[in-house]
Design a protein around this ligand. Structure first.
Ligand SMILES: [Fe+2]
Length: 368
């Protein structure tokens, strides 16, 4: 198997990692824009730590806290204008996947203020994006360590762009920031991380490096997920939270090389049209993906379960028990209307087997 992997982010995790690694901020410039959602950066304590580091170096900053779930392109264009106007040298994203992905798009728009939406997604950028620092407050997205950003376009569709120039310069993750997350949010984000690892492993573009990250990620996440199921989120120890956080980083490192597969591609419509959270949307398709791979690539499937040390049925039962429930019934015409959504979808067709519109239609019929 050929190997293929590029990486350019300094990753540091652990308790107090923001305060303990202050010196890395100094090299990035004198002024920055902090990009966050409305509450998690404050509630988690991450914003306070970042402000303390910036103040100690006299790095001035503005805060853009307008990023909501599944950030829109308009939010990112606006953030880019602000960063450009204040002459920011770098961008700091604090939060879960939404603020972190937005911080990458804002770094692009800040350096290219006249960029169009189409140019953003097609990576036609004249100027290099501003340097990015990502500080995670959930254990799921892995965006802290990837060169990918998913932004909702002006048609309301979640769409990704990827380029080596948006690898964060610095990715920091203190699992303490995740301690106050609710049961539902802890489950859905952890399942997102698990989906990243599994979709990357069962991916036509996987190689030994990405698969090593996938296996390590699943093994790490499983310990945290079992604790989550048995104890509930409010009783998780720092060590359990750390397992979930580190597992999410391995997931990010895995999809960095491969992208995702059909649970992510199909899950997007549940978020766009029905407001299902991203992790829950992907996890809803994950048991089908696991069974699908057991049929399509049985040897690969056997070796996966041998390596991660759990039986297929046990993994599916664990995922199902942690996936928040929602009910949805799709009519025949709704399924047909949805189908064009996935034509030429690059991650969908990275799944093993023949993945065409019939496959999608049949899967939606079986599920909804
Ligand atoms: Fe995801």
């Amino acid at each position: 198997m050929n190997l293929n992997y590029f990486y350019s982010t300094r990753i540091i995790t652990g308790k107090n990692c923001v305060l303990n690694n202050y010196s890395h901020f100094r090299a990035l410039g004198r002024r920055c824009l902090i990009v966050t959602g409305q509450s998690s950066a404050k509630k988690s304590g991450a914003l306070k730590d970042v402000q303390s580091v910036l103040n100690s170096f006299n790095i001035s900053y503005d805060i853009y806290d307008k990023v909501s779930q599944n950030p829109s392109i308009a939010t990112c264009i606006n953030g880019g204008k602000i960063a450009h106007a204040i002459e920011a040298d770098f961008i700091i994203g604090i939060g879960g996947g939404s603020p972190l992905d937005a911080s990458k798009a804002i770094a692009v728009f800040a350096a290219n203020p006249d960029l169009t939406e189409e140019e953003l997604y097609s990576v036609h950028w004249t100027n290099k994006p501003l340097p990015i620092v990502t500080i995670g407050t959930t254990a799921g997205t892995g965006s802290e360590v990837t060169s990918v950003s998913v932004i909702t376009n002006s048609k309301g569709l979640k769409k990704s762009f990827k380029d080596d120039s948006i690898f964060p310069s610095l990715g920091l993750g203190d699992p303490t920031y995740t301690m106050s997350l609710s049961d539902e949010f802890t489950s859905s984000t952890a399942l997102d991380a698990l989906a990243h690892c599994i979709e990357s492993y069962f991916n036509r573009t996987a190689n030994d490096i990405s698969m090593t990250f996938s296996i390590k990620g699943v093994k790490t996440l499983l310990k945290g997920l079992i604790a989550l199921k048995e104890e509930g989120a409010s009783n998780l120890s720092f060590e359990d939270r750390e397992l979930l956080y580190n597992g999410s980083i391995y997931g990010g490192l895995a999809i960095n090389a491969t992208g995702t597969a059909f649970p992510h591609s199909l899950g997007y419509f549940l978020t766009e049209l029905y407001g299902v959270s991203h992790g829950t949307a992907c996890a809803t398709f994950l048991p089908f993906f696991i069974e699908h791979n057991a049929r399509q690539v049985p040897e690969l499937s056997d070796s996966f379960f041998q390596e991660v040390g759990i039986k297929k049925e046990e993994l599916i039962a664990l995922i199902s028990s942690l996936t928040p429930r929602f009910s949805l019934k799709l009519t025949d015409s709704e399924k047909k209307t949805l189908s064009p959504r996935w034509i030429n979808n690059k991650n969908l067709i990275k799944s093993w087997g023949e993945i065409d519109s019939d496959f999608v239609y049949n899967l939606l019929t079986e599920m909804f």
